[in-house]
Design a binder for this molecule. Structure first.
Ligand code: AMP
Length: 213
């Protein structure tokens, strides 16, 4: 399915990515008609009648784009590493919402030598990381507040996003290894790139020029 041919639909994830994407879009003269922070609308018209934004959960951005319900989207590399689809191009690193995906452990018992338990939202990336090390671990999937797991001994280690390191520190955790540098990427539906070239190509090219002048 491809979204309406005369309209570009751009999926953006809520929170930090939306906040840091809006100034980039504004520099391309794309401004939502309502404030996405306060509006309850999930489809936001912009000053450009041919461009609309949809605001969705981070993990849903690649889903909307892969199925063509959105033509393009802005998603964190952390989400894209976990995503299994192949209907997406990832043409531009936007260099926003930067952080690191880190392995961390408790300050007083930072790592175990045996079969550690690792709590994370990022199961696939964590599995690949330990597989490359040839280390057997038990992965426990959590949906948030990973930092709590070592405190309550649910897990020995966590894999989570780290920005300033403040959250780790506040919870008695120390960083052990960097698994990946993370930033937000533009993702584009492969079919839209062909069918909506006239609208989508300038959008992608302008964004690329803006972040890599
Ligand atoms: P910090 O205390 O600055 O290291 O931030 C860590 C907390 O913020 C963790 O709970 C992370 O999951 C979250 N976080 C950090 N950077 C990002 C990001 N770019 N996108 C989403 N969540 C983030």
């Amino acid at each position: 399915m491809i979204a309406m041919p005369e309209i570009l639909t751009i999926a953006v994830s809520k929170g930090r990515i939306l906040k840091e994407s809006l100034p980039l879009l504004a520099r391309m003269d794309i401004v939502p008609l309502e404030d996405p922070e306060t509006s309850r609308k999930l489809v936001l018209e912009t000053n450009r009648p041919e461009i609309r934004l949809i605001v969705v959960r981070a993990t849903d951005v690649p889903v909307y784009v892969e199925y063509g319900a959105a033509d393009a989207g802005i998603a964190g590399k952390d989400v894209l590493l976990e995503y299994d689809g192949d209907g997406l191009y990832e043409p531009v690193d936007l260099g926003i919402a930067c952080c690191r995906l880190m392995l961390a452990g408790a300050r007083d018992r930072p790592d175990t030598t045996g079969r550690a338990r690792v709590a994370t939202k990022y199961v696939k990336t964590t599995r690949n990381y330990f597989a490359e090390l040839g280390r057997q671990v038990e992965i426990i999937k959590l949906y948030g507040s990973m930092e709590l797991a070592p405190i309550l001994r649910l897990a020995d280690l966590i894999v989570d996003l780290v920005d300033t390191g403040g959250t780790l520190k506040a919870n008695g955790l120390v960083p052990l290894d960097k698994i990946a540098d993370i930033s937000s990427r533009l993702v584009v539906n492969k079919a839209s790139m062909k069918m909506k070239q006239a609208l989508l190509k300038p959008f992608v090219n302008n964004l690329a020029r803006l972040v890599n002048p």
